[in-house]
Ligand binder design. Sequence first.
Ligand code: SF4
Length: 290
Amino acid sequence: MIKEIQAKTVLTHHEDAFPTNWDLNPYRGCTIGCKYCFAQYSHYYLGFDDFFKNILVKTNVADRLAIELKSKKWQNEQIKIGGIADLYQHAEKKYELLPQIFDVIKKHRNPIFIQTKSTLILRDFDIIKELSKYTTVDISVSICTLDESIRKVLEPGAAPAIQRMEMLARFKGICRSTTLAFIPIIPLLSDNEKNLNETFRLTKSLGIDNIVTSFLHLRNKGKASFLETIKTHFPHIYQEFSQLYTNSTLNESYANTIKAKIVKLRNEYDLHGVFVPVAKAVQPQQLLLF
Ligand code: SF4
């Protein structure tokens, strides 16, 4: 179900920068359908039960953004577009809200950060290229595995990871920075030597500027739901996987082993770049999660 709504405000502030303090979400709900999506439970607060199917479209998002950017209180801080739902999800094909948003951003020369799993962003390649002449545009793409059989289960509506990485690389030299978010790393599924090595090797060979990493967190309702996914689709690892998540975070000793491999890969491929926001700068270590 797609429901068009009129948003009263569109810029959302949060204290913890990830990686910016301001979010703009043209959509609520997300058809990309990642099984590990931490945002899916936010939908209950809006009175909808299925984050992956009930999509709210803020059709007035560009008009509202123009008003909020004109406010005397606004300090031109960097805005992350699509923090809680992918900005280039399927509905964007029809609604074309992003070109309207970019037009407003260009007029105000406001820095932005874009993160997506969708190759639909290439539709707006020329617009983003032009926008980058007026303001800072940082772009990030997230992936968790290069193994298509696993990706199809965990991220059914996303493009294959290799396509996402190649797409990200096309923005190199156009946007201020290109960052691969190797997030979440999922124990026993995406932390094997082959996936780790290949992800770093491709990041380097494609010329992507940065790579940030973080393990899967399993909180509240998301934990039961994700464990059910593992039980259904990857029964051979279910028992071991469950034991690695006796609480919401990955078993520390196991995590340290993977962290050490990642440090080694960072050294091997000389990938120490970190993403630093334009304004309200956070310490780079916060984003270089390990
Ligand atoms: S793309 Fe992002 S918002 Fe959409 S389902 Fe996946 S993790 Fe959630």
